[in-house]
Design a protein around this ligand. Structure first.
Ligand SMILES: Nc1nc2c(ncn2[C@@H]2O[C@H](COP(=O)(O)OP(=O)(O)OP(=O)(O)O)[C@@H](O)[C@H]2O)c(=O)[nH]1
Ligand SMILES: [Mg+2]
Length: 292
């Protein structure tokens, strides 16, 4: 029997940007408007923020059908917020699902190159600070060192070549999310980012890094705690142990060069669309900025 298409026609080719929020009221409105200006729809996943972020999101949604809101009862973690958004976006039939921090660190102007790379490769695209052309503005040396060390740790333990494993600015084609069982994800917090990336790599999904200019949050406070960092550190060897029991594939590239199972293939695009990092993600545990 033929399958009945349930995808809303309006969503079929569209991108949905998922914004997890907890106390991001000062940042939300300008960000939502800028994302809408890039032609994407928005889903705010708010965890009953005490500062009224959820109410502001409702007001924005009230005047724009391209803005959706999911309210959750309390602070349930970044990972589960991403999962809730990815599931909702999948159900609604969006072709591309983007996750982005709502604190101003991830700029909507990078959406164009990120979406273009996702459409071209059909794989996961990471807005990356650690490929050529990427940068960080506003972090002190200690914060940079922490982030670089975390990425080096993840790359080394997991034996993967992605340079920015902890970036929350990502695009997942819906078909990729449909292939990865989100219900098997064990991490609810920040470690979720590493886990989902790793599961995608193990499923043989190509991963491409597009350089972004990351800037420190515009307003509000960070929600990353030392408990979250410890949880993430403990997760990585656990994933590695699972890896030993599953022999999967890894396909990673930094634009515009795509590495396919050891042989390098150049895609038919030029760097002019903002994807400007030739061949920097090759070699297991390769040395990106975190390693140098
Ligand atoms: N819904 C939801 N969102 C969260 C939760 N924790 C963090 N967020 C959001 O996730 C995004 C990233 O959180 P940040 O606190 O900026 O974490 P970070 O970017 O790693 O850290 P900073 O660089 O210090 O800002 C922001 O939009 C937060 O509001 C949570 O438990 N639930
Ligand atoms: Mg942030």
């Amino acid at each position: 029997m033929p399958k009945v298409r349930t995808t809303p026609i309006a969503a079929q080719d569209r991108a949905l940007v998922i914004l997890p929020t907890f106390n991001e009221k000062p940042n939300l409105e300008a960000l939502v408007l800028a994302i809408r200006g890039e032609g994407c729809d928005v889903l705010v996943v708010d965890d009953n923020s005490p500062d009224g972020t959820g109410e502001l999101a409702d007001r924005l949604a009230g005047s724009d059908p391209g803005v959706l809101v999911e309210h959750r009862a309390g602070k349930l973690g970044l990972g589960t917020a991403h999962i809730a958004g990815l599931k909702r976006g999948t159900e609604l039939g969006y072709a591309l699902l983007v996750t982005m921090d709502a604190d101003g660190s991830h700029q909507p102007r990078h959406l164009g190159p990120i979406l273009a790379a996702a459409r071209r490769t059909g794989g996961v695209v990471i807005g990356s600070r650690y490929v050529s052309g990427g940068s960080i503005v506003g972090w002190n040396a200690r914060r940079k060192l922490l982030s670089h060390s975390a990425n080096l740790y993840v790359r080394t333990i997991l034996g993967i070549r992605v340079h920015d494993c902890t970036s929350g600015y990502r695009c997942y084609p819906r078909r990729v999310i449909e292939r990865v069982d989100l219900d098997r994800i064990i991490c609810d917090g920040y470690a979720f980012l590493i886990e989902l990336l790793y599961r995608c790599l193990k499923a043989g999904v190509p991963v491409t890094e597009v350089p972004i200019r990351f800037q420190d949050r515009i307003a509000g406070t960070s929600k990353v705690s030392s408990t979250e960092i410890t949880k993430a550190l403990k997760l990585v060897p656990r994933l590695r142990w699972q890896r030993a029991t599953h022999h999967g594939r890894e396909v990673v590239s930094a634009e515009p060069e795509i590495e396919l199972h050891g042989s390098t293939a150049l895609p038919s695009v030029q760097a002019g669309d903002g994807a400007v990092t030739p061949g920097s993600a090759t070699g297991d545990g390769g040395s990106g900025p975190a390693g140098s």
